[in-house]
Design a protein around this ligand. Sequence first.
Ligand SMILES: [Zn+2]
Length: 317
Amino acid sequence: MTARDGRAVLGSALLALLVGAAPRLPAGYTLVPGRFEPGRQPDGNSVIIEAPEGLIVVDTGRHRAHTGRVLAAARATGKPVAAVINTHWHLDHVSGNPSVRQAFPRARVYASGAIDGALTGFLARGAEAARAALAGGELDAVTAEEVRGDLATVEAGDRLKPDVRVVRSGRVRLAGRAIELRLARDAATAGDLWLYDPGTRTAIVGDLVTLPVPFFDTACPAGWRRALNDIAATPFRTLIPGHGPAMSRATFAAYARGFEDLVACAASPAPAETCAAAWTETARAVDPANDDARARRMAAYYVSEVLRRPGGANCAA
Ligand SMILES: [Zn+2]
């Protein structure tokens, strides 16, 4: 081992010690963790918050099984879902909207308007590619099942859209509970919503914080960095990311530093593998159960195929 490797290992161990275990969630909060099974597409985390006049559900997942767990957890409280908040339009966060609406017809869905552009742009192109791939008949059974599921979701895309389009940050009352809704433009998507619950000092931030790696497919890195700074400026004690376990402030700080480093590395002449290795150290410190191989593979992909690709950044002109 060289001195440099030694420092890296020691740094990682110290970082892991500093960030510590995942914090406990406040009373009245239920986290339905998103899963990311081999060969399948991920589900994002869903959060259920009990409020005086019903439940607030943040994100509804992609697969039926995930949305089923959300509905079971909601029913177990004995309260109806009053509000659904979609942090962003990625299919691992909104696909369950129609099922939740069906189970709780009075629920109102809140989101930014970014899904409108996505349904005629990114998601429409994805659907076209999906139809071609299915017609080609070369997908394995599991992949074909995933592709068919997402295609059906996009083909009924109007049912994913919000009842209330959030156009600015501000404090709202949802189901009788005061919540701050923050709109981040041009971050992980063209319009990301995140929540700050001042009563419990909890931030729910969707894919602005995401493991095993920040998903840059539809992102503007500069806007995303601004959003991370806004989160850091909030006096949260507990943060629930879009994927991965709940975090303390120290864990979030380690994530945000890793994010900065990854974007800076992508803008440097360093090999993508070097950037990916450094990110993997961060991911492991933030979540000791992180899948290192997957983090490394995905980070290398995002550096070489998205961040370094001309036009790879989705920033408004
Ligand atoms: Zn996600």
